[in-house]
Design a protein around this ligand. Structure first.
Ligand SMILES: [Zn+2]
Length: 308
């Protein structure tokens, strides 16, 4: 069996999971009765995974029952809490679905593929919302005199037997020299024209930045939008990778290879799935760069998104 870290071994009973969720602020420890203005009691019943609040006063006791899970991460949970924490741990560890089933120390109920998929999507949504807000809080990259490499790449373009084709999605990547703060965007409607790319660049890159791109024509108007623009011409037989003035886009281009390996694990059929995976990738990259514990950071993301 998988040798689980201590943190997940603590999630083997519902009671332990509930007290952990209380300590972490994922659920409320108490709530006031609206009528009596006194704290209600928690009762654990099988009506709700994390229990219900009930007033202790007379008739109110029968009338008032408030689910403790509503508005929380555990709302609509249909599997036992130890399973939920186990799947959260697996998501944070970036396990495949088959690893989730193989490593599970909880024998019953057996996790279905659909359940794992649902909870992975919930985790991903929390991470995406956290990452979007985090980028807004950090602000734009670049600035006067700073170099930002920008490149676009197509993901998921595949040709199957019998001629079936998957068109793939255009993504735009931006990274400042000397920084690990990678910004990725999905091109709306799968178009990479100037009308699409310039607003995406303006969302992430400060005016005055020196932007390095290849010779894709959509970038031609960058200098009329307050950026200094330098190009590397990949079809220049003399200097296909680094222009004479030193301009190159190799950092962002090498990122594409890493990202495409990351995406092999997952299915994404539409641009919304793809967009979420892109944010998940950036979140995982930041967690790894900063040597954080991914499970702790997943809890942070969940707490950020679900406030009971
Ligand atoms: Zn009451």
């Amino acid at each position: 069996m998988w040798n689980f870290p201590k943190i997940i071994q603590n999630f083997d009973t519902t009671e332990k999971c509930i007290s952990f969720a209380e300590e972490e602020g994922l659920i409320l420890k108490s709530k006031l009765c609206r009528t009596h203005r006194i704290p209600m009691l928690v009762s654990l019943s099988d009506r709700s995974t994390v229990g219900i609040f009930r007033c202790r006063k007379g008739a109110c006791r029968k009338r008032t029952a408030v689910s403790r899970s509503s508005g929380t991460w555990f709302e609509n949970a249909k599997i036992p809490l130890p399973q939920i924490f186990y799947i959260m741990f697996a998501f944070a560890s970036h396990w495949s679905h088959s690893q989730v089933r193989k490593n599970s120390f909880i024998k019953e109920p057996i996790l279905s593929s659909a359940t794992i998929c649902d909870w992975y999507n919930y985790c991903r949504e929390a991470v995406v919302l956290y990452q979007v807000d985090h980028q807004v809080a950090v602000g734009k990259i670049g600035g006067p005199g700073k170099i930002v490499q920008i490149d676009e790449s197509k993901f998921g373009k595949r040709k199957y037997n019998k001629g079936r084709r998957v068109e793939g999605h255009w993504g735009l990547g931006m990274v400042e020299d000397g920084s690990d703060d990678l910004r990725l965007e999905v091109c709306p409607d799968n178009v990479r024209s100037a009308e699409v790319l310039i607003p995406l660049i303006q969302r992430h890159v400060l005016q005055g930045s020196i932007i390095c791109t290849d010779c894709w024509k959509a970038y031609d108007c960058l200098s009329s939008h307050g950026y200094e623009h330098r190009r590397v011409n990949h079809s220049d037989p003399e200097n296909p990778f680094v222009a004479e003035d030193g301009t190159h886009t190799q950092r962002i281009e090498s990122q594409w290879r890493v990202i495409k390996r990351f995406f092999l694990k997952d299915n994404y059929n539409n641009s919304e799935d793809f967009s979420n995976l892109i944010y998940e990738y950036v979140w995982r990259k930041n967690v790894a760069n900063q040597h954080h514990d991914p499970f702790v950071k997943l809890l942070d993301a969940i707490k950020h998104t679900f406030k009971p």
